[in-house]
Design a protein around this ligand. Structure first.
Ligand SMILES: NC(=O)c1ccc[n+]([C@@H]2O[C@H](COP(=O)([O-])OP(=O)(O)OC[C@H]3O[C@@H](n4cnc5c(N)ncnc54)[C@H](O)[C@@H]3O)[C@@H](O)[C@H]2O)c1
Length: 254
């Protein structure tokens, strides 16, 4: 159980991050929810009936370092410590050949998926190193393990997250802090609906069928499939696991 553990979750308003809020709260953790929009965070708190004193809603843009520093500090000031950091917010960018890829979309991917993850690591690691304990889980992707056509910038950013994970794990392994990455295959969230539409705007369901056919277990993941591995990596059961890159992919990269 993660009773009274303090957990920061980025990208908490939707999809995988939102499911993490439920998973950690159900295990008795105190949760700090980070996302762009306060109204969306309030909806999550309401939906899961989070109890006063057990959660914080902290709107922040992870691409702005000062805002990252603030959400980390506010969580520490409120709950006194940070045990787990689910460094998860990400964007898919556009679906396009490299030759057509808009520079603006590339910037957005770099800002959210690389800089946002980096700033989170930088500020959470400082506190965890002082505490001499903590578990960080970065969300990479199967796009961090293999190429996928028309998602070059996204894949590049997800490979970067694996590099960051391994460096951070090595830098802080002697300080009682663990840093791991998860690599989900396609998960049933808004992000996949957007990618499917980008791959085949006339028939997004056909794109979904094509992706499903790539997955040996024969289906997309549900957010809970992903969160079970996050809860494990966050827990003491994973105390000897750091610098690991865990494919949660129904066999796609096997
Ligand atoms: N859905 C999939 O198939 C899949 C597969 C592999 C990896 N992932 C990764 O999982 C993570 C979550 O994806 P999801 O499917 O839940 O997507 P999603 O779009 O449903 O949720 C992402 C959340 O991140 C938030 N976010 C985006 N930019 C932000 C910023 N600058 N600051 C703060 N919050 C921001 C969004 O507002 C949103 O609530 C992402 O890193 C994604 O790349 C998703």
């Amino acid at each position: 159980m993660l009773n009274n553990k303090v957990v920061i979750i980025t990208g908490a308003a939707n999809g995988i991050g939102k499911e993490a809020v439920k998973g950690f709260a159900n295990q008795g953790a105190k949760v700090a929810l980070i996302d762009l929009d306060m109204a969306a965070l309030e909806k999550v708190a309401q939906e899961f009936n989070l109890q006063k004193g057990n959660y914080l809603l902290l709107p922040a843009d992870v691409t702005i370092e000062e805002q990252v520093e603030q959400y980390v500090q506010k969580t520490k000031d409120t709950f006194g410590k940070i045990d787990v950091f689910f460094n998860n917010a990400g964007v898919e960018g556009v679906i396009s050949l490299i030759t057509e890829y808009p520079a603006k979309a590339l910037d957005s991917i770099v800002n959210v998926n690389i800089k946002g993850i980096f700033y989170g690591l930088k500020h959470v690691l400082r506190l965890m190193a002082e505490q001499k304990s903590g578990s960080i889980i970065n969300t990479s992707s199967i796009g961090g393990l293999r190429g996928m056509p028309c998602t070059s910038a996204y894949c590049a950013s997800k490979y970067a997250i694996i590099g960051l994970t391994k460096c951070a794990a090595l830098e802080f392994a002697g300080s009682g802090v663990r840093v791991n990455a998860i690599c989900p295959a396609m998960v049933n969230t808004r992000m996949m609906r957007s990618i499917e539409a980008g791959m085949n705007s006339d028939d997004p369901d056909a794109a979904k069928d094509q992706y499903t056919n790539m997955i040996p277990v024969g289906r997309y993941a549900e957010p809970d499939d992903i969160i079970q591995s996050v809860l494990f990596l966050a827990s003491e059961k994973a105390s000897f696991i750091t610098g690991a890159v865990l494919a949660v992919d129904g066999g796609l990269t096997a």
